[in-house]
Design a binder for this molecule. Structure first.
Ligand code: AMP
Ligand code: MG
Length: 331
């Protein structure tokens, strides 16, 4: 008998609800992203967005899945990491639903969910994962019962760097897609700080230098090309070392920045050089959405995990490598 899980995602700018079966079928996946006219994301505004939009998104998700409330057998939610007010709003909806429907509640690590939905889609069993989004940039691989972070950004995330640069030159949020389009028109590469420290990365120096190029009158298309080539090259270097040292033969690209074709092309090259298979998570499952939370909720539930409501506080700083991945123990 297949089990149905409703997963709620609400760590930052997006609120999503997805229904996934224990056979791994994504029955629905509805989300909405707060996109402020100007400025960045304010945690309180984002949490208000989630409480305003949440009930409607959940209803639409159930409709699209063709099920009623009482067919949900499990409720999971993104417990962290993320912005406190957003996490609390989402957790409140998940607790209310779990209690009302008398079904188990599962707390899911957002970063782990990005990996697990990628594994579901690709059929990968044990990849090196590049997780690049608005809030995170990590190179992760499973070792000793946990998803270990082999390398990560020491300051801002790759997506955040793109969004902030885009905002400086008048692009709307999220700027990643516009930068990708502009970069395709670029002709001349301009040097930007290439900052890889061991297995870690730093993107803030590049952001400052790119803003400076803009003030100096360098064409926007050339700056976008230079940002992409430098930033993605740095990530590829760390990814390549992770693949070489772990000797894993799968490379997975997940998170919102996985929508970028140039980054995909560069990482494909890395995988090819090391005889590894490559998969880029498809656009609907790459960014923040509920299906990944639902699927990971199912994996945790099947391994015996359950979160008592009294213990279900949110964990804004919950790191990827702080959770025992009990459903993968055998690896
Ligand atoms: P997430 O935080 O996972 O929801 O992903 C959102 C992030 O992905 C934002 O920082 C976007 O700018 C970025 N993003 C989306 N599409 C692209 C793209 N085509 N190229 C680069 N970044 C992108
Ligand atoms: Mg994310």
């Amino acid at each position: 008998m297949s089990l149905l899980c409703l997963g709620l995602e609400g760590t930052a700018h997006s609120f999503g609800a997805g229904v996934v079966s224990s056979k791994g079928e994504v029955l629905s996946n509805i989300w909405h992203m707060l996109s402020p006219a100007e400025g960045g994301i304010h945690p309180r505004e984002a949490s208000r967005h989630h409480s305003d939009m949440g009930p409607g998104i959940i209803r639409r998700s159930l409709e699209e899945a063709g099920i009623s409330h009482n067919e949900i057998q499990l409720v999971s939610f993104s417990r962290g990491p993320g912005l406190g007010p957003c996490l609390r709003t989402t957790a409140t909806m998940a607790r209310t639903l779990a209690q009302k429907l008398s079904v188990p509640l599962i707390g899911v690590n957002h970063c782990v969910a990005h990996i697990e939905i990628g594994c579901l889609e690709s059929g990968f069993e044990d990849p090196v994962t590049i997780y690049a989004s608005g809030g995170n940039t990590q190179v992760i691989a499973f070792a000793g019962g946990r998803f270990r972070t082999f390398g990560e950004t020491l300051d801002i995330a790759l997506g955040n760097m793109l969004d902030v640069f885009g905002r400086t030159i008048g692009m709307s949020f999220p700027a990643g897609p516009s930068i990708e389009r502009k970069a395709a028109e670029g002709v001349e590469y301009h040097q930007l700080p290439y900052s890889v420290k061991g297995m870690d990365l730093s993107y803030s120096g590049m952001l400052t230098a790119a803003k400076k190029l803009h003030l100096e009158g360098v064409p926007i298309a050339d700056i976008c090309l230079s940002i992409q080539e430098t930033a993605f090259g740095m990530l590829a270097e760390v990814a390549e070392r992770a693949v070489a040292h772990t000797k894993k033969n799968e490379l997975l690209l997940t998170g919102g920045v996985a929508r970028n074709n140039r980054l995909t092309e560069i990482l494909e090259g890395v995988a090819e050089r090391h005889g590894a298979s490559f998969h880029r998570v498809s656009p609907p499952l790459a960014g923040d959405q509920g299906a990944m939370i639902a699927w990971t909720g199912i994996l945790q539930h099947q391994a015996g995990d359950e979160l008592p409501i009294s213990d279900s506080h949110v964990m804004p700083k919950w790191r990827t490598d702080e959770q025992d991945i009990i459903w993968r123990r055998k690896l």
